[in-house]
Design a protein around this ligand. Sequence first.
Ligand SMILES: Nc1ncnc2c1ncn2[C@@H]1O[C@H](COP(=O)(O)OP(=O)(O)OP(=O)(O)O)[C@@H](O)[C@H]1O
Length: 216
Amino acid sequence: MGKSYSTERGLVHAVVGVDLRVPAGQFVAIVGRSGSGKSSLMAMIGGLSRPTRGVVRVSGAEIWKMPDSRLAEFRSREMGFVFQFPSLLPTLRIIDNVALPALLNSRKEEAAAYEKAAELLTELELADYVDAYPHEISAGEQRRVAIARALINSPSLLIADEPTSDLDEQTEIEIIDRLYRLNRDRGVTLIMVTHNLALAQRADRILHIANGGLVA
Ligand SMILES: Nc1ncnc2c1ncn2[C@@H]1O[C@H](COP(=O)(O)OP(=O)(O)OP(=O)(O)O)[C@@H](O)[C@H]1O
């Protein structure tokens, strides 16, 4: 698959001829320098940015053939996202933030959504903070909330783009450990971009990307 952007400077080829197959349940780490195309690749896989070339299949479905509304629904059901910054809604309690995607998209019963949110928060050792607001918890705890939120609709694929940026080393290890265990214990396929090669070592497979292409 490929992605080019039209800019005033002309076409920028951000991703070029990437052929990537990730078996269900695998943990793949993607590493590469700034500007190498990691986020562009993740956005195409995650149904957030249309490829200019090629196809993306998730759980057998060709996602970029879907009409927008179906893709949005598919994305919220099949995929979870953890980005560089957790972007929790500041006026909602932690539990509301986690339950929200279930209430919005899969039309889960409110009670069931809150029950699942509480379960996930307990699993991520955040049970004490369900009624807290995002500004009342630490940056590492906020990342864990974002992971819980990403899991609320039981996705088969979790996409994490620099999920530990701006965290201290110990918290970074802890977050990666969480993601690692979710992958192992729940069988969620995990594709993670990281700058940190040591953390990438936890993955089943490390892909290096340079100038928009995969390198051996
Ligand atoms: N919306 C856009 N419009 C034009 N060019 C873009 C756009 N997004 C990314 N690019 C360019 O595409 C290339 C790849 O960018 P991308 O963000 O995918 O890299 P990255 O590896 O994720 O970088 P970083 O680690 O700094 O986040 C870069 O040259 C970037 O300038």
